[in-house]
Design a protein around this ligand. Structure first.
Ligand SMILES: [Zn+2]
Length: 128
């Protein structure tokens, strides 16, 4: 019984920190979704008024714009997935736990990067 209590203490993320993090994540998710929507509107390839008889220079500009849009979209998609994942982890009570070793991630680390899914030690091992 005593051991079980200790286990619970070890793995529960401080509630008072959870609420602001959840708000932050929800706000970021909304922002990312909005940015993604704006990005789609900016993509010349998806522009219905797009002129098909462009000069070569205009074509190149469009290609570059399209490429930049794709890179940004990929970044936003990744971020949206990470944010959703973090919110799910809050919901199931697993937020703040290292995915590799299951221990609590340092709260200082999470304050800097709320999307961190591994502790510093495991992160270093991953990068090594
Ligand atoms: Zn770890």
């Amino acid at each position: 019984m005593k051991q079980e209590n200790q286990e619970n203490l070890k793995i529960s993320f401080p509630q008072r920190l959870l609420s602001p993090i959840k708000h932050f994540l929800e706000a970021e998710l909304l922002k990312s979704k909005r940015a993604k929507k704006n990005l789609k509107n900016a993509d010349p390839f998806l522009d219905s008024n797009r002129v098909l008889e462009n000069s070569l220079e205009e074509d190149l500009d469009e290609q570059i714009d399209h490429f930049e849009t794709e890179v940004k979209a990929k970044f936003l998609n990744k971020r949206i997935v990470q944010l959703r994942k973090a919110l799910t982890r809050i919901k199931i009570g697993k937020y703040g736990l290292c995915e590799s070793c299951g221990k609590m991630i340092d709260t200082d680390r999470l304050a800097i990067n709320p999307l961190a899914t591994t502790c510093v030690k495991c992160q270093k091992e991953k990068e090594a």
